[in-house]
Design a protein around this ligand. Structure first.
Ligand code: SF4
Ligand SMILES: [Zn+2]
Length: 531
């Protein structure tokens, strides 16, 4: 028997569940065979040849478990180099890579290895996630690169089609066919996000995004001070951010604001003020946040400003101080802080912070000071699911971009473990008739270890009916409180099948349900969930 097979046999026989046991077994078997340790990926490769799949064994051998602990796996795909109309001072330009990226960034190197072919990028990523033990049934696909809205429309369409083709493991004749196939595919795209500028968000742009299956938009808003935006030659105003955020929310999109700290012309005080306003002023209130500290790079115009002494990078102490203040004082429970740092290799940073584990450092400091960030990411249950724990539905109502938002969440009593969320918006008016006068579900997400679509394993809150409970509650709110008889969902293409099973049907790229028509069924199901 091979060393790998023998180790796997022992893991199963001894019911090993932790790294300590795994390493002991590896040591014993390797000694017997007078060989070196096989890696977890080697072991998984052998284990995957077995017909039976024991989730316990896979999770023990999984490398970087965090990759699938938020209920999905993330795949980023980079667009090909293309000119951007922007002239932002801090933005680097290098021949052969998209504007704002550097040749030595990991995402760029992966894309270059695949000649920027989106199909190959997605295929390679899925295969490496599988090899390291991650389920790849539910995918959040992020399109990264320059300004998405500025790419030629034909390129956009073919790019997205190829991403779907990669997930479907076959080529389709057009985007519509690729999307249809993805509804039942092995790898389903349940969230599709693109990055763009606030001044590019128009009704036509949103229509195009919906036809491609986009469900989330990352807006580079950078600052809430017009003088800072002007000085950095952003080419848009704070007013554009307000309009874009509203238009996107009224069409059901999830909205992420990318904010840059330490921009030229800004200051510690202005940066803190940007975040205060971001959540105090109802014109903003994003669902997701990415906070990037500005970095001086040789390839950006900011470099010459820095050389002349006209720009000063914050010290690490200043930077950490700002982020701690933001997390401690302004962040509400409905927002998820996605990132605190961009993956720029430290050797390329001439001035600016090089602490790549900023988030971990801040968590440690917060623990010492006895406070916690309330954002979604910091409270997700991850691998700590206990089926016996008592869970409750919490509700938070707030006003954002001239509309009512209801944020539902399933949490434990002390609210430090978050299991599932749902974002519901009351839409009176929308540029799309299908959304007018309805309740719109903008997001539903169950956290914890991602499971294969048909797996109901006990080690994760997924597939335990938590999402369905939230949907029932949302339908009731729409009917009884919003007094609307229609509920609409901006569903990722790969999640359409899930919604169909709950009585929703496809209309104009959204999944909709007429609540009056389904009254009887709803009551029956409601009774079932209460029981
Ligand atoms: S809009 Fe974005 S990609 Fe274009 S120059 Fe500005 S930061 Fe760079
Ligand atoms: Zn947080």
């Amino acid at each position: 028997m091979s060393i790998e097979k023998e180790i796997i046999k022992k893991i199963i026989e001894e019911e090993a569940t932790n790294i300590k046991d795994l390493n002991r077994i590896k040591r014993e078997v390797a000694k017997k065979h007078k060989a070196s340790f096989p890696t977890n990926t080697d072991l998984l490769q052998v284990y995957h040849k077995n017909k039976k799949r024991d989730e316990r064994v896979v999770s023990l051998l999984r490398t970087r478990p965090v990759r699938s602990l938020s209920g999905v796996v993330n795949i980023s795909v980079l667009t090909k180099p293309f000119p951007c109309p922007g002239r932002c001072l801090y933005c680097p330009f290098q021949e052969g890579v998209p504007k704002s990226y550097l040749q030595n960034e990991p995402a760029v190197m992966r894309a270059v290895r695949n000649s920027y072919n989106p199909q190959e990028q997605v295929k390679t990523r899925i295969s490496s996630l599988q090899k390291t033990g991650h389920p790849t049934d539910k995918i959040e696909l992020r399109v990264i690169g320059g300004t998405w809205s500025f790419y030629p429309k034909k390129y956009q369409e073919s790019f997205i089609k190829k991403c779907f083709d990669a997930c479907n493991r076959r080529n389709s004749k057009n985007l519509a066919e690729a999307q249809k196939r993805n509804e039942k595919a092995k790898h389903r795209i349940i969230c599709l996000s693109v990055e763009t500028r606030p001044d590019f968000i128009t009704k036509e742009e949103i229509e195009r995004m919906r036809s491609m299956g986009v469900t989330m938009v990352e807006l580079g808003i950078q600052s809430l001070f017009d003088d800072v935006l002007d000085f950095n030659q952003r080419g848009h105003k704070v007013e554009d951010t307000k309009k874009a955020t509203k238009l996107l929310k009224d069409t059901g999109f999830k909205v992420c604001h990318q904010v840059m700290l330490n921009l030229p012309q800004s200051s510690v005080k202005k940066d803190v003020e940007t975040f205060r306003q971001l959540f105090e002023d109802s014109s903003f209130r994003p669902d997701f946040l990415k906070i990037y500290p500005c970095a001086v790079l040789k390839e950006a115009p900011l470099y010459s400003l820095w050389q002349k002494g006209e720009y000063r990078a914050f010290t690490n102490k200043e930077l950490v101080g700002i982020i701690k203040k933001i997390k401690r004082e302004f962040i509400p429970r409905y927002v998820r802080i996605q990132r605190l740092f961009r993956d720029i290799p430290s050797q390329s940073i001439i001035a600016g912070s090089k602490i790549s584990n900023l988030r971990e450092n801040i968590i440690k400091e917060a623990e010492k000071e006895n406070w916690r960030c309330k954002c979604i990411r910091c409270r997700e249950v991850r691998g700590e699911y206990n089926p016996k724990e008592k869970l409750k539905i919490f509700r938070e109502d707030y006003f954002a971009s001239e509309g009512k938002e209801v944020f539902l969440s399933i949490e434990n009593d002390s609210r430090n473990k978050l299991f599932a969320i749902l974002r519901l918006r009351k839409v009176e008016d929308s540029v799309f008739s299908v959304l007018k006068s309805s309740g719109v579900i903008r997001e539903i997400h169950t956290y914890g270890q991602q499971l294969l679509i048909k797996n109901k394993g006990a080690a994760s809150p997924q597939h335990k009916g938590l999402g369905k409970k939230l949907i029932k509650r949302a339908e009731k709110i729409v009917k009884d409180e919003f007094k609307k008889d229609r509920i609409t969902v901006i569903s990722g293409i790969g999640a359409r099948d899930y919604w169909r099973k709950s009585g929703y049907r496809l209309k104009d790229t959204y999944m909709i349900k007429n609540l009056k028509l389904n009254k009887k069924i709803s009551q029956k199901k409601e009774k079932y969930y209460r029981g």
